[in-house]
Write a protein that binds this ligand. Structure first.
Ligand code: NAP
Length: 289
């Protein structure tokens, strides 16, 4: 029997509605609207797309959205000064630096300038470190979306065998820690696993499979364990069409649940950004709550 599709739209609508209610409460209690400020250095078509998406999302959720643009040849010092100014402003609750930055700037050094309390993408080392301590607050949005989808299956996670393919700092590593924090037995595979020819062996054992690689069909459908939950984070453009990392049709025949691409993790990631803005705003306004 074909797997149930784990679509992101329905949970994204629920989370967006929860955020709208929380924002209304903040407005009523404090007379302010949450405010998000994005910084863009130089011009890139993909950044423009993200900015447009963020603006639309914030408008719909009654969050103030401001874009600060710096020229492509801006120095690290200029960026540090701008982030410092936004960190100090009580009327800015969240800060996003659009990545990737121009090649002369170091993404990680720049991220470190953001006040962890305003790091709504959950990428500051302090927020990532909290995942190790199982004290999650602001966490990477895509990793949160993966856990939300997994939870929506109703599966008892305790002791399950999970395989995460990809170990990036924004997806693979945080997802692995979030799974560990839920007592899931978690293996993390990466390029070396593939090069040793061991990827299929790991995947055949996975009751939960999370793939975040960025290569179409890197996971063959017949590797999927019968009844597995498959969360495909990958986004690839093949012949003008968006596809994930998993060979979808044969995988759907074997899995119990599978995310479509597009329409799975993506819409929920956007909702998680909203949730992080709400969490950050509430924590700043009610530090002792
Ligand atoms: P990334 O930083 O490029 O990481 C990719 C990971 O895959 C790396 O850990 C890499 O290992 C590993 N890898 C590469 N080739 C492999 C192979 N043949 N076998 C096993 N592992 C392999 O990418 P990312 O930022 O995590 O994103 C991954 C994908 O998710 C991309 O398609 C991206 O567009 C998508 N994405 C989607 C969303 C969403 O909202 N839906 C959000 C973020 C990202 P090494 O580092 O060891 O080479």
């Amino acid at each position: 029997m074909a797997a149930v599709l784990l679509e992101g739209k329905t949970p994204a609508q629920r989370i967006t509605a929860e955020c709208a209610a929380a924002i209304a409460q903040v407005q009523q209690r404090y007379g302010v609207r949450p405010a998000l400020c994005a910084i863009q250095v130089g011009e890139r078509p993909e950044s423009e797309r993200y900015v447009a998406q963020q603006r639309k999302l914030c408008q719909a959720a009654t969050i103030d959205y401001t874009l600060r643009q710096l020229p492509a040849d801006s120095s690290e010092k200029m960026l540090q000064a701008l982030i410092g100014e936004l960190n100090a402003r009580p009327d800015v609750n969240g800060i996003i630096v659009q990545m990737p930055l121009p090649a002369h700037l170091d993404n990680k050094r720049v991220t470190a300038f953001i006040d962890p309390a305003k790091d709504v993408e959950g990428v500051h080392s302090e927020n990532l470190g909290k995942l190790i301590l199982n004290r999650q607050s602001l966490a990477p949005c895509t990793a949160c979306a993966v856990i939300e989808l997994l939870t929506s299956t109703g599966m008892d996670l305790y002791g399950k065998e999970a395989v995460v393919v990809g170990h990036s700092e924004i997806v693979g590593k945080p997802v692995s820690l979030m799974l560990l924090n839920r007592y899931v037995t978690t293996s993390v595979c990466h390029i070396a696993t593939s090069r040793r020819g061991l990827l299929a062996d790991h995947i055949r054992r996975a009751e939960i499979l999370v793939v975040a690689v960025g290569k179409p069909q890197v996971i063959a459908g017949d590797w999927i364990r019968e009844g597995a939950v498959v969360i495909d984070v990958g986004i690839n453009c093949v012949a003008g069409k968006l596809v994930g990392d998993v060979e979808f049709i044969p995988a759907q025949e074997r899995a119990a649940f599978i995310t479509p691409v597009p329409g799975g993790v993506g819409p929920l990631t956007v909702a998680m950004l909203l949730r992080n803005v709400v969490i950050a705003t509430q924590a700043q306004l009610e530090p002792n709550a």
